[in-house]
Ligand binder design. Structure first.
Ligand SMILES: [Zn+2]
Length: 92
């Protein structure tokens, strides 16, 4: 009999669909079941939080790598949070 003492293994299954995931908060979309809504973390921080930001079209996008990258490339809030070098390496 094995008695496994100690820590429960919490497997963090990272569903990394693309590199830009960490900059967005995924929420369920009412209109599109297959693609989650991705709310820019930086835009939401600057604009009253997730609840508010997910209602504003320019702050959220469909969770697709291309669209996420495009948003970050144009997102001043994101750019302000990182140095130029970091931004370009993230978007590279
Ligand atoms: Zn943004």
């Amino acid at each position: 009999m094995t008695n496994k003492k100690g820590k429960m293994k919490i497997s963090k299954k990272k569903k990394t669909t693309h590199n830009f995931c960490e900059f967005f908060i995924l929420t369920k979309s009412d209109t599109n079941a297959t693609n989650a809504k991705a709310v820019c973390i930086y835009c939401s921080n600057k604009n009253g939080g997730l609840q508010a930001a997910q209602l504003v079209h320019s702050y959220y996008i469909t969770n697709k790598a291309k669209l996420c990258r495009k948003h970050l490339a144009n997102c001043d809030n994101f750019k302000n949070a990182y140095s130029k070098e970091e931004v370009s390496s993230i978007l590279a």
